[in-house]
Design a protein around this ligand. Structure first.
Ligand code: SAM
Length: 346
């Protein structure tokens, strides 16, 4: 674990640069930042970035820097133009941090002499004066040998790298999902159905330790295609509609694969659906599909009732797959899905 400690922060003067120190910490592989002066605005700004762009980065302001730095259990690094050049010490730091945590101190104006005396390593990124932002970025990059740039973040906003133009895919929260539904013309029948599917999916998701932000958006949006058609192609219509709105593929696939317990390629061909994958693969795709199977209109029904409905329509094979999915998810939840559904009904 790597902690950055930022000292000498003056909330009025340094707002932007301390924000940048925090953002560099987060983007270049540190796990948390401590800031000496209390600054709630700064905390909110950084937390919002983490919430939107992902990861587990944390920020705490209003700490006693000397105590935090001195009592830190691990390796203490002070970044300073008066230190030893990074390339002459980075191997020693890598060795010293094996199996240990590290704290990296950066200053603002004049750094008190105590920081130099407490540090295990005073490290310079050249002995020329420049900035805590660049010093921190270069130090972390040297420490991780550039590997920090490969880290994957799964946030609500995901940047799709582009040579030209810009594209950000996003995972809407509950409020945003409802807004998308209403803007697309969803009527009360759709809203009441997706609300029940949402409640059941969320309950199942909690038992199965699923990604709840995917479950929330996926379940609320799974039937958005019904604003276009009520036929078998409503899942495709919904997926296409969401792709146009730059909704993340993780959500789009939940929508596209929610029919029954999935549609096999040969069935899809017969039904005249475009050549795509309609089999739910991720835990979240499976949960939303099955929750939908266990909801009729706005009511939760039992698996037996659902299977009966399928069989009456001559859909024996899809019914078998729904039964199998029920078993798989009951195992993943550590509880029978019918029981989870019953808890919600009571
Ligand atoms: N003159 C100040 C002092 O007495 O330490 C430094 C002020 S400088 C604007 C703010 C911070 O940037 C420093 O505390 C240090 O963390 C970082 N910094 C600036 N130049 C650096 C360098 N060449 N190498 C490493 N860190 C540097």
């Amino acid at each position: 674990m790597i902690t950055v400690i930022r000292i000498g922060h003056r909330p009025f003067r340094d707002k932007r640069i301390t924000t940048h120190v925090a953002l560099v910490s987060r983007a270049f592989g540190a796990d948390s930042i401590l800031v000496d002066e209390k600054d709630e605005t700064l905390e909110n700004t950084v937390n919002r970035v983490t919430e939107n762009f992902g990861g587990n980065f944390s920020i705490k302001s209003g700490v006693n820097w000397k105590k935090e730095f001195r009592d830190f259990k691990g390796v203490r690094v002070n970044l300073s133009m008066y230190g030893v050049n990074v390339d002459d010490r980075i191997e020693n730091i890598r060795m010293a941090t094996e199996g240990k945590d590290m704290i990296i101190l950066v200053g603002a104006e004049k750094v008190p002499i105590d920081a130099y005396n407490i540090a295990d390593f005073n490290i310079a990124i050249s002995n020329q004066p420049h900035s805590e932002v660049s010093a921190l970025a270069m130090f972390l990059d040297r420490f991780y040998k550039g590997k920090e740039l490969e880290k994957k973040y799964e946030g609500k906003m995901n940047v799709i790298p582009m040579d030209h133009g810009k594209l950000v895919k996003f995972i809407p929260d509950e409020q945003q999902s409802m807004k998308i539904l209403y803007e697309s013309g969803a009527d009360e029948r759709i809203i009441s159905h997706v609300t029940t599917v949402y409640n059941l999916s969320m309950a199942m998701g909690r038992y199965a330790n699923a990604d709840m932000k995917l479950i929330a958006a996926g379940s609320l949006l799974h039937d958005i295609g019904r604003t276009k058609t009520n036929g078998i192609s409503h899942a495709v219509a919904g997926a296409d509609l969401l792709r146009e709105k730059n909704i993340d593929e993780l959500i789009v696939r939940i929508v596209e694969r929610h029919t029954g317990a999935g549609i096999l390629p040969e069935e899809a061909k017969k039904l005249g659906l475009p050549d795509r994958n309609y089999i739910p693969e991720t835990l979240e795709e499976k949960i939303v599909a099955q929750a939908d199977n266990l909801v009729s209109g706005k009511n939760i029904v039992t698996l037996a009732e659902t299977l009966e409905r399928y069989k009456l329509q001559g859909l024996e094979e899809p019914a078998k797959r729904i039964k199998k999915l029920q078993e798989e998810l009951s195992k993943a939840c550590g509880k029978e899905l019918d029981e989870i559904a019953m808890e919600l009904n009571n």
